[in-house]
Design a protein around this ligand. Sequence first.
Ligand SMILES: CC(C)(COP(=O)(O)OP(=O)(O)OC[C@H]1O[C@@H](n2cnc3c(N)ncnc32)[C@H](O)[C@@H]1OP(=O)(O)O)[C@@H](O)C(=O)NCCC(=O)NCCS
Length: 175
Amino acid sequence: MAEETGRGREVVLETDRLRLRPWRVDEAAIQREMWTQRDPRVPPHRRIDTDGHPTLAEFEDAIRANQPTSVGLLAVERKIVGDAIGYCGLVDSGHGAHEPELAFEFLRRVWGNGYATEASWAVLDWAITSGYERLWASVWDWNTASRRVLAKVGFIETDREEAPYGTNLVTTRTL
Ligand SMILES: CC(C)(COP(=O)(O)OP(=O)(O)OC[C@H]1O[C@@H](n2cnc3c(N)ncnc32)[C@H](O)[C@@H]1OP(=O)(O)O)[C@@H](O)C(=O)NCCC(=O)NCCS
């Protein structure tokens, strides 16, 4: 269920266990922790570098810069615990404004509980009510868990691309 709050385009989505809403500045450490946990096969520019960048302050600045109008990547909070455990949402796919890309990432300690699947369903519902026609998702061929989540919510592989850091599977879902 999507709810427009009083802060312009700020969106809050609810599922049985989860609340998807904008990131808060004091949650920057959660974002950085996810970066530190990334698989070594993830391209270097998406991991913490040897100098420690992005730093906590840089994550904080990015959250500040995105508020209050950024509705693309929502923090996922467990309703019972009240803690942010990852993100799920829509980003630019490069295929036009009506066909964004689904993206998600969660802290390792919560993997395997169905959270990515549950959050993705909420974002799909939101995408439908927002009038989007199709979603894209690209995933490394080695990323079994992500491929499984995408399959569970109805994405179909349409292409594969050889990229500098491996084979990227291109998947789509018609809404
Ligand atoms: C991908 C990711 C978001 C999944 O989060 P999650 O909350 O654990 O996902 P879910 O519990 O909803 O579903 C995971 C599914 O993958 C399966 N899975 C997980 N690891 C697996 C593995 N190594 N081999 C086979 N299946 C695997 C699980 O069994 C589950 O499927 P099932 O419900 O049929 O049993 C999480 O692993 C993550 O944050 N990864 C790093 C970031 C990332 O890869 N993001 C996506 C980029 S495209």
